[in-house]
Write a protein that binds this ligand. Sequence first.
Ligand code: PLP
Length: 393
Amino acid sequence: MVNQNAYALGANRSCIRDLFEYGRQRAAIVGPENVYDYSLGNPSIPAPKEVNEAVRKILEETDSLLVHGYTSAVGDYDARKAISDDLNARYGGSTRPEEFFLGCGAAPELVSVFRALAVPGGELLAVAPYFPEYKPFAEEAGLTFKVVPPDVPDFQINIAALAEMLTPATQAIILNSPNNPSGVVYTRQTLTALAALLTEKAAAFGHPIYLIADEPYRELAYGVEVPFLPAIYRDTIICYSYSKSLSLPGERIGYVYVPGAATDSSMVYAAVAGAARASGHVCAPSLWQKVIARCAHLRPDLDSYNRNRLALYEGLSAMGYEMAKPDGAFYLFVKAPGGDANRFSELAKQHDLLLVPGDGFGCPGYFRVCYCVSLDMIHRSLPVFEELIRQFQ
Ligand code: PLP
């Protein structure tokens, strides 16, 4: 006998992984140049060269027992200090190293935070469209997962719908901006309205409502502001990852930030550390902690993502496709011609164009285009997009 929830999750591959595997099989048959794979969010820009230099230097200069040894469960002080200094320099805040818990990327950090906040009967609200893994993470933690309907067509936050869904059982709401899958960045105006609503409801319920900010794409914004949420809403907890910002998804490094000013902050911090301990996710990779101690100030070079973004946004819009302005991350979320994104994605698949239907993101009728690909592939795929939309006009 095995745990049936775990079995169901492991036995059913995600639709994104299925598409990606399908693309590999097709590439072997028709040639990689004839497959237009927009399925997977694997960064397509290399890590900054300073990162590789830091790795080399650390290996040369540091005692190998230290490089590869266990660190403190919450992470090396130097790395936490570098992160704190960088945030303070950018946002003028007063974060302290003690407020950071180094984690193995955003996924396990979210698991720890959800578990830390999971009181009996507690609910977690996610704003659609949302990252599909939130649901299994929340349910495994024992939280009831609820979805706030999308704010179409702009994909900001549907504040009115959210207001109706907040109840005394609401423990937290999770936000992801810049957003996967919409590419939208929540504006300061949206976030200020959200903060006012949460503050009012928390006072009415007599307990905090935490705002969990899932921020792997924070540095991937194209000329728009990504507001620092703890400065807008006090009870914010950040889950950050270097997977996308430094193109290090395989190295598993990031952090949880619990601001000292948040309600019950030391209790929340201890609960995050305890939840990480209970799920075996303490002591993030030691070498990469040392790299972050040297590289926390680095930013990605977004030129190639930006070129891809504009080529697709302008190209698809000119053909008649509709989508919210993709100001961040590396995704477009496009309204499916004909209204049925599953049908449209199936049709596209027949042309070896791989698009992810929006159902798994809580948003049927849209498909996701992930543009960490080559510009050349984008140019070659545009006639296929054109041929497809013509069938619906
Ligand atoms: N959250 C969002 C919105 C993501 O898109 C991803 C990965 O694609 C993650 C979390 C998980 O990131 P990590 O690789 O740091 O675990």
